[in-house]
Design a protein around this ligand. Sequence first.
Ligand code: ISE
Length: 337
Amino acid sequence: MTVRIGIIGAGIMGADHAKIFAEDLPGAELRLVVDASADRAETLARAYGAGAGTDADALIARADIDAVLIASPDFTHAPLTKACLAAGKPVLCEKPLSPLSSECLEVMAAEEASGRQSVQLGFMRRYDQSYQEMRGALRDGLIGRAVMMHNFHRNVENPAADFTADMAITNSAPHEFDATRFVLGTDYVAVTAFSPQLASGRVGPVVMVLETDQGQVVTIEVNNNAAYGYDVRGELVGETGAVSLSAPLHSRIDRGLQQVTTYAADWRPRFAEAYRRQNRAFIDFVRSGVFPADGANAWDGYAASVIAEAGVTSLKEGRRVVVEMIAQPDFYRKRTD
Ligand code: ISE
């Protein structure tokens, strides 16, 4: 069965997903692209011979659309995901599920009421080989019990003129909130956030110290104005060893008594294979109805959103904030038990 995909949002990520579905996944067909801008939708759709439009609800309702990819602005994610649930369409939603944990709970309630899981969340780092190997090393006992995990997430410059330190926590850091939960298999109980100021007046880095329910400490630096390149690093420290992420490197220049490697300008080259694997898992999910073993679900989206809210409060109020999550519903446990 060929899975006919409709994409909502023709921005950077919509375009990236369109390319993956149209060119890299033989089991998928890109059928329709919609965007608030008709021009943008048409330009993207034309590149892959798909249809174009501006109406997301019409896309979700169309009988010749089997599954939906949401890559529109963050605040639209939860309402559109709920519309997909109401229409019985499997959906891969870009992160975050919502900047508001209350909206994530609404999505979870709607999904549970539908009786089956159909929401996959775009935390693609779960499909990155380096995070997978880090998690594997921990599970295989190669480094003993996990004690700390350090994370660095640096962008060249913040993506939009209205970008704020809060958004570093609600839009960028959710990747780390989720990847660390995925690697450690634990949840968070508290977060303390700091933000050193930049002389340039640009949005400064946000540094968070998080505590897990297993007594581990996790540090996360999100620097959206690092200037020099896209750079994601991480190290998991165990009681008998440590494992670091290693970004794929295809070449290195040696000349003039120097060794030079390059950085990408943004996250797409670094995580290209992870996006492909994630989307392939989504297509398999649509066909089989079996939620992908490594995929992020709405519960994971809720967890990231609760941590982000606590982080924003901590930054604003200059204090350690307790992370309070509801008990994990059985519905979302089935996948791992
Ligand atoms: C951006 O919002 C993303 O979603 C990317 O995946 C991330 O790597 C980037 O740093 C964020 O700013």
